[in-house]
Design a protein around this ligand. Structure first.
Ligand SMILES: Cc1ncc(COP(=O)(O)O)c(C=O)c1O
Length: 466
């Protein structure tokens, strides 16, 4: 890592530096009951306190919780934020630029437009594409699905509009559809195949049936990298069906979109360029600090039709160098969250980013290789897009006992500060899940973790089964 970044991290504070730089740091730090009560009851003092005191307490507060940047943190979608993103974030926050209008943020808004153009190209969208940075994929999906509704559903058809998802669709989509006015009965859950991908024929049938029933199918929400299994829906086949019936295709690529920046794997995203809108989170697999997400539209006139606005007090900033971001999305005042990505990309370069994304694939493949050497372990969903699900499953043991063993293994790994490998449920059984997108994780760490999982599982099973 660049000396300047290391220095900045160490100089700022031991704790921040530790969280980014040290693989010895604790994986989880929980406040004691007493500390928690103190935090819950704290209110601002009448008389101000010393800076030193407050900084100390500030750091304590921030240090509680999971250390999601740790190379042995594999739960959910780990943060794996690069220290470069952190530094870019600190620098841009210190300037406190206003990214809401291009006159107020002439430099940053021009850079935002150029990054958006570059990302759209990587996804294979046409030159008509546009979009903006938002705080997370939930907001990106809300922005996109509001536009989808406005483009395709007449006001008097809103109660008849139907949307199509699968069981793998992230829960933020249900929230989004709710906010855009859909009731539960207007959302269809299309069955998946054995690989957890939307089944195109089932989608076609559901749409046809809804049309026959006088309803208004308008959007299909596909997933490119599901949170649980990394599955990618068959985007080309679904785009064909969407085109056939005049539906909007949204791609939730919050997690998987980063594969577009990895030359040897980008073929996995085949068909993403046919999307009408895409949500993508650089704060997941492109190593950015939280609050860095992108919403893209195939045709940038579409968000403008939903969001373009004006006010008398805006008359002096209406003709900026580039189009005003407030005409393309929900937010007005917003930070320049894309500048940390710009900073990281400039320093790392795209070849390094390519290798960092690829590393995630290699690590989950290694998990699978190591597990397959152990007879008592079962791969529940294979290594896919740096995600793998598995469980300890020796012969002759009841499903309930197996579930308990796997849950206890996860807890023990955490208590021993070895790794954060949390559990999930698949088709009724508990299994362990690892998402290996932190490029700082070493092969030896993975081997040691599989060893520790096995050791713990065998010890626990002796206690439980005997
Ligand atoms: C596939 C997918 N979509 C959407 C989201 C929501 O993203 P955010 O937390 O940035 O709102 C997540 C979060 O993990 C995700 O994995």
């Amino acid at each position: 890592m660049d000396g300047i970044v290391r220095e900045a991290l160490q100089g700022l504070s031991g704790i921040v530096g530790d969280r980014f730089l040290s693989d010895q740091a604790t994986l989880v730090k929980r406040p004691t009951e007493e500390q928690l009560v103190k935090l819950l009851k704290s209110s601002p003092p009448d008389q101000g306190r010393s800076l030193e005191d407050v900084v100390k307490e500030f750091e304590d507060i921030l240090s509680y919780g999971f250390n999601v940047n740790h190379p042995r943190f594999y739960a959910f979608v780990p943060s794996a934020a690069s220290p470069l993103s952190w530094l870019g974030d600190v620098i841009s926050t210190s300037f406190n630029n206003y990214a809401g209008s291009s006159e107020s943020g002439a430099g940053i808004c021009a850079v935002e437009e150029s990054i958006i153009r570059w990302v759209a190209e990587k996804f294979g969208l046409p030159p008509s594409a546009g979009g903006q940075f938002v705080s997370g994929a939930s907001l990106a999906c809300l922005t996109a699905l509001t536009v989808a509704r406005d483009q395709l559903v007449e006001d008097d058809m809103r109660t008849k509009a139907t949307a199509y998802v699968t069981e793998e669709t992230h829960f933020c989509i249900a929230k989004t559809l709710h906010i855009t006015g859909l009731l539960k009965q207007q959302i269809r859950t299309v069955p998946c195949n054995a690989e957890f991908q939307m089944d195109p024929e089932s989608l076609r049938r559901a749409i046809t049936q809804d049309i026959e029933n006088g309803l208004k199918p308008y959007v299909v929400i596909t997933t490119c990298g599901s949170t649980s299994t990394g599955s990618i829906d068959p985007l080309d086949a679904i785009a064909d069906i969407a085109a056939e019936h005049g539906l909007w295709m949204h791609v939730d690529a919050a997690y998987g979109g980063s594969v577009a920046f990895c030359q040897s794997r980008r073929n996995l995203l085949q068909g993403i360029g046919r999307a009408d809108s895409i949500a993508w989170d650089p704060h997941k697999w492109l190593f950015q600090t939280y609050g860095c997400s992108v919403v893209l539209f195939r045709d940038k006139s579409h968000p403008r039709e939903s969001f373009a606005t004006t006010a008398h007090f805006l008359r002096d900033v209406e003709d900026g160098y580039v189009e005003n971001p407030f005409n393309f999305g929900i937010e007005l005042t917003r930070p320049a969250c894309h500048m940390r990505l710009w900073f990281s990309l400039q320093i790392l370069g795209t070849d390094m980013i390519d290798r960092m994304v690829l590393r995630g694939f290699e690590l989950s493949d290694l998990v699978q290789t190591e597990l397959s050497k152990l007879s008592e372990w079962e791969i529940v969903t294979p290594s896919n897009m740096a995600v793998i699900n598995f469980r300890f499953n020796p012969h002759g043991v009841s499903t309930e006992a197996i579930d308990d063993i796997n849950s206890l293994v996860s807890k023990r790994m955490l208590a021993q500060n070895i790794a954060v490998v949390l559990t999930t449920r698949f088709r009724g059984v508990v299994c362990l899940r690892m998402c290996t997108i932190n490029p700082q994780t070493t092969d030896d760490e993975i081997r040691d973790i599989i060893d520790a999982l096995n050791r713990n599982a065998r010890l626990i099973s002796k206690g439980i089964i005997d």
